[in-house]
Design a protein around this ligand. Structure first.
Ligand code: MLT
Length: 325
């Protein structure tokens, strides 16, 4: 069975696949037309991607392609509808990088409160300004509003609780057990916006959540509040966020994800929000810890082996058999 990995992928995962008898081709530079050609040439049964986009053209190029695996949790970079039309299954690796994303969220929260990025910037320029930077409000007793209490939202809540924060959440589903375990309260989105000192987003991308935080939502927030987005870029209306921070409607924001992200891992980045004061940014690296990437690689191997040995698709996101028949 041929496996094509069109992204960076842990060496131990590649090795495990080879030892299990798979023909593995790994080329992290493949993408776009190159990937279409590679799929035509290699004729993989399985395609594995992380950041690389999987388009309808690529799916049509794969005469033998049966399975596409997203080595991560979200699958908005894959044309799932086109895969379904071609009877190709799409599987993901949910929960394997939740702790990593939660850790980055906590880091951004403290960075915003203590203005660590600006402080470092000043020090690098030879400026000492204890007066300006002695104004943090602190996390203890502050309200954290979690939008989306899935695996990542839960891990954020666990960590924020250890910091003595008050925890509220908004979700389409009620989570009574987590509420009891972590002292969380489920509130309406309106109340969450009004009460949060920090608002953190942990919802999937896509049309249901597109611009769920826009001008109207930001207007409801406290002028001392911060927004953190480690979910998907489109969830926040960046233009509205930039205005809100510039006009002092909120105190600042930290983004790990952006509305338009480069497809390559190294590229120029000209999104205007990157230059707005009090907006901190990271390079969509929430999931990028050794532990998380090793766990994701193990899960990818498990999905491929299970498919070969049993014909079953673990974590399949397009399971509608009527459609796939
Ligand atoms: C995810 O969907 O799990 C993350 O975006 C993964 C990643 O950055 O690879």
């Amino acid at each position: 069975m041929n496996v094509l990995i069109a992204d960076k992928f842990e060496a131990h995962g590649q090795e495990a696949l080879r030892q299990a008898g798979f023909d593995v081709t790994c080329d992290p530079h493949l993408g776009g037309y190159d990937l279409v050609d590679a799929i035509k040439g290699i004729e993989p049964d399985v395609l594995v991607v992380r950041s690389t986009r999987v388009t309808s053209d690529m799916l049509h190029a794969g005469a033998k392609l049966k399975l596409v695996i997203r080595a991560g949790s979200g699958f908005d970079t894959i044309d799932v509808a086109a895969a379904t039309d071609r009877c190709i299954r799409v599987c993901n690796c949910p929960g394997k990088n939740s702790v990593a994303v939660a850790e980055l969220t906590m880091g951004l929260m403290i960075a915003l409160d203590r203005r660590i990025v600006d402080e470092t910037d000043d020090l690098r320029r030879g400026v000492w300004n204890k007066k300006e930077y002695s104004k943090a409000r602190g996390l203890m007793g502050r309200t954290l509003g979690i939008v989306g209490l899935g695996r990542i939202g839960f891990e954020v809540a666990v960590r924020a609780r250890a910091f003595g924060m008050r925890l509220i959440y908004s979700d389409v589903i009620e989570h009574p057990e987590m509420e009891r375990e972590l002292g969380l309260s489920r509130v309406t989105m309106e109340r969450l916006l009004e009460e949060a000192d920090f608002l953190t987003l942990h919802v999937p991308g896509g049309s249901d959540t597109h611009h769920m935080i826009g001008r109207r939502e930001l207007e409801r927030m406290k002028p001392t509040a911060f927004v953190i987005n480690c979910s998907r870029g489109g969830v926040v209306d960046e233009a509205a966020l930039a205005d809100a921070v510039r006009n002092g409607m909120i105190a600042g924001a930290a983004l790990d994800v952006f509305e338009i992200e480069p497809a390559a891992t190294e590229a120029a980045f000209s999104d205007p929000i990157r230059a707005v004061p009090h907006v901190y940014g990271t390079h969509h690296v929430g999931a990028s810890t050794d532990q998380a990437q090793e766990a994701v690689a193990d899960e990818v191997v498990k999905i491929i082996r299970t498919f070969k040995e049993t014909g079953k698709f673990l974590n399949c996101v397009n399971t509608d058999d009527a459609v796939m028949a």
